[in-house]
Write a protein that binds this ligand. Structure first.
Ligand SMILES: NC(=O)c1ccc[n+]([C@@H]2O[C@H](COP(=O)([O-])OP(=O)(O)OC[C@H]3O[C@@H](n4cnc5c(N)ncnc54)[C@H](O)[C@@H]3O)[C@@H](O)[C@H]2O)c1
Length: 323
């Protein structure tokens, strides 16, 4: 079995190149060729561990991701999230690779924002506001920059240390301006991305200008909300990764439905059905579009499979004999 570390994943698959893998996963999700059972979770005293298996028939990729979220770790200077993906041989079930999974998650999340932005943002989008500057933002910004010619990134996070480290890490790639409130930044942006742990809306949807595309990555429980009702009301197209995932986990949409300003029928599309041409993407420069993602194991599997293919081609990773 090949063991592939975080640094090896980074060198094998740049964010920009992960975007097409994610696109294939979304297509398989919407066409029904991906088998992805509901994830299993085990809650223990200090955290929760999730098990996420799946198979992509077209890609012929079989894998299981295990991800643990232990919030108290941060007070001990350890990451809150650890993960690993085991890739299996679809012909005989043999474990082929063990790949570091926390960075791989960020990689596929960034790539999913890049993919949605490529389909839904205005072609001439130049300005991005990034709200929440933690792990996911570090792959979201390069992915958005890979699909649009971004000249300016406004960046906001209430944690000053996190904000400074974002500026240091991203500043070399694109012009970054840290802001201490989101209002002006949002009103001047063509694309707004949210990737926060907030339970309440993180910007005022009334400030969005016509033609803006919004990617909402954070809220993943019915009681969490990152975008306000105004965003949902003003968006002419609400697009999701899967309708079933959105209806069970996407607090932004569930709360809008509870408030009577939105309904499941008003979801424009799963993103995979825009790829297939079954549904249309952006139709004019004035539309506000909203992509709400809660994530899906299909994305992990597609990206892990590509990492393994590249590792084998380039003889990267450490071979371990399991006997
Ligand atoms: N949709 C997906 O596929 C997907 C994948 C991975 C993570 N997530 C979710 O995305 C969110 C971000 O993940 P992460 O790994 O970057 O977390 P993280 O803990 O590394 O970063 C989250 C950041 O959000 C900031 N924040 C909290 N409240 C805020 C507010 N009101 N305004 C602006 N920033 C605020 C925090 O200070 C922190 O820096 C989490 O909710 C996570 O569960 C979604």
């Amino acid at each position: 079995m090949l063991v592939i570390s975080k640094e090896e994943v980074k060198s094998l698959l740049p964010v920009a190149e992960a975007i097409s893998c994610v696109g294939k996963a979304y297509s398989e999700l919407s066409s029904g060729t991906a088998k992805v059972p509901d994830r299993l979770g085990i809650e223990t005293e200090k955290g929760i561990t999730l098990v996420m298996p799946g198979h992509l028939s077209v890609e012929d990729a079989l894998a299981v991701k295990i991800v643990s979220v232990f919030p108290e770790n941060q007070s001990k200077n350890k990451p809150a999230i650890y993960g690993a993906v085991t890739v299996l041989d679809p012909s005989d079930g043999r474990p082929l690779a063990l790949i570091e999974g926390a960075y791989l998650t960020a990689l596929r999340t960034g790539a999913s924002c890049g993919f949605a932005t490529g389909l839904l943002a205005r072609e001439d989008a130049k300005t991005l506001t990034m709200i929440g500057l933690g792990a996911q933002s570090r792959t979201i910004v390069p992915a958005v920059c890979a699909v649009r010619s971004i000249e300016k990134v406004y960046a906001y996070d209430p944690d000053g240390v996190v904000a400074e480290s974002f500026e240091t890490e991203m500043g070399g790639e694109v012009s970054v301006e840290l802001v201490d409130q989101t209002g002006t930044a949002v009103s001047e942006s063509d694309i707004v991305c949210t990737a926060t742990t907030s339970q309440q809306p993180v910007f005022d949807g009334a400030k969005l200008k016509a033609g803006t595309h919004v990617n909402g990555i954070g809220s993943f429980r019915p009681d969490m909300q990152e975008v306000d009702l105004e965003v949902i009301k003003r968006a002419s197209k609400v697009v999701v990764d899967t309708i079933s995932g959105a209806m069970s986990e996407a607090g932004d949409l569930i709360q809008a439905i509870d408030a009577g300003v939105f309904s499941e029928d008003e979801i424009h599309a799963e993103i995979g059905s825009i790829v297939s041409g079954e549904k249309v993407g952006r139709e004019n420069d004035g539309e506000i579009t909203f992509f709400k993602s809660v994530g899906n194991a299909a994305l992990d599997i597609a990206v892990a499979n590509e990492v393994l293919k590249r590792a084998l081609d380039r003889s990267v990773g450490t071979e371990v004999d399991l006997g």
